[in-house]
Design a protein around this ligand. Structure first.
Ligand SMILES: *[C@@H]1O[C@H](CO)[C@@H](O)[C@H](O)[C@H]1NC(C)=O
Ligand SMILES: *[C@@H]1O[C@H](CO)[C@@H](O)[C@H](O)[C@H]1NC(C)=O
Length: 314
């Protein structure tokens, strides 16, 4: 009897800590929500900005933006910590914002939250049609995301949550898991989430290769755009394209989706840049690379060659 009571109280304590859940973040690319900013910090890295929000109990969301100034030694950035955010209201409409990442703090009831800056990429009011492996009903978005992280029967690469019907769809596919890219459809009241905790080796259903993307845009436009406007997650020195590709392939601190190789190493400048972004992540897709509202500045430096991971069918 006594040992049973002990067991029960132990179980209750575990329940109590699980009720609050692990801190996780969903990230939105080039979208901004209204919120109440209580702290503004300049020149932090993206990871530092997100780390501040993680540590501060009152922080509900962080808005991170950057300006590329090729003449400045340091990239100018702006980190806004917010104690209230419209992002938690499913009917709130985000605004388009160039060079901005919006990160929303979540409490997910699972111990499967990975040790990476973001757990999910969120795309509001979108879904992919007909590639679901499992459908369940959960009373909250967080419950749906926890189910995706906990899924053991298949690698859950994406989830969709319908805030009206409470339907949660889990899929081993995401926007890049099939060779002919998946069509996203607009649906009010449904959000699409990509699991950013998947291991590098599980990034694709089939083989993962790196190619210069064929997007109907001249590749030098794409490389130049990437050089100017992608946020650099990691920089290193690499002796060849293959070495830079390998660095992206095995990167474990974040899911590396693309890289820019700036040619053979010269002196001690970094010539290999790794990114969590690819063209699927940009709300405007390939047309982003042609946009005229973001002029391609020429700073005379080597632009380099841009490669993205491509998922091949099995
Ligand atoms: C958020 O911060 C602002 C400014 O510091 C403050 O006035 C407001 O009461 C805070 N809101 C919440 C919900 O804490
Ligand atoms: C941020 O960096 C820019 C460019 O290097 C510099 O001009 C500015 O003074 C810095 N701001 C702060 C608050 O350090």
């Amino acid at each position: 009897m006594c040992s049973r009571t002990l067991l029960l109280s132990g179980a209750l304590m575990i329940l109590a800590s699980a009720a609050f859940g692990r801190v996780a973040f969903e990230k939105l690319t080039e979208l901004d929500y209204r919120g109440s900013t209580y702290y503004t910090i300049r020149n932090l890295s993206l990871w530092e900005c997100q780390g501040w929000c993680r540590e501060e109990p009152e922080c509900a969301a962080a808005s991170f933006s950057f300006v590329m100034n090729p003449l400045a030694p340091v990239q100018e950035t702006l980190c806004l910590l917010q104690n209230e955010t419209m992002a938690t209201n499913p009917s709130a409409q985000p605004q388009r914002a160039v060079s901005l990442y919006y990160m929303v703090k979540l409490h997910v009831r699972t111990n499967k939250v990975c040790n990476r800056p973001w757990t999910f990429e969120r795309v509001p009011n979108k879904m992919i049609k007909g590639l679901d492996n499992a459908e369940i009903f959960t009373s909250s978005k967080e419950g749906c995301l926890a189910s995706c992280l906990n899924e053991a029967r298949f690698t859950c690469r994406s989830a969709e949550y319908n805030y009206v019907t409470l339907q949660c769809s889990l899929s081993e596919y995401d926007r890049r898991s099939v060779e002919d890219s998946v069509e996203m459809v607009d649906v009010q009241g449904v959000d699409y989430f990509e699991n950013l905790c998947v291991q590098a080796s599980g990034a694709c259903r089939g083989d993962r290769e790196y190619e210069q993307p064929q997007l109907g845009v001249p590749i030098n436009f794409v490389s130049h755009y990437v050089d100017m406007h992608y946020y650099v997650d990691k920089e290193l020195m690499a002796n060849s394209v293959a070495a830079c590709e390998r660095a992206c392939e095995i990167e474990n601190e974040f899911l590396c989706r693309s890289f820019l190789y700036k040619g053979p190493p010269t002196g001690n400048t970094y010539n290999c840049q790794l990114f969590h972004l690819d063209h699927f992540t940009l709300p405007d897709g390939p047309s982003t690379f042609l946009s005229t509202d973001r002029p391609l500045l020429d700073n005379g430096e080597r632009t380099g060659v841009y490669y993205e991971n491509v998922c091949k069918s099995e």
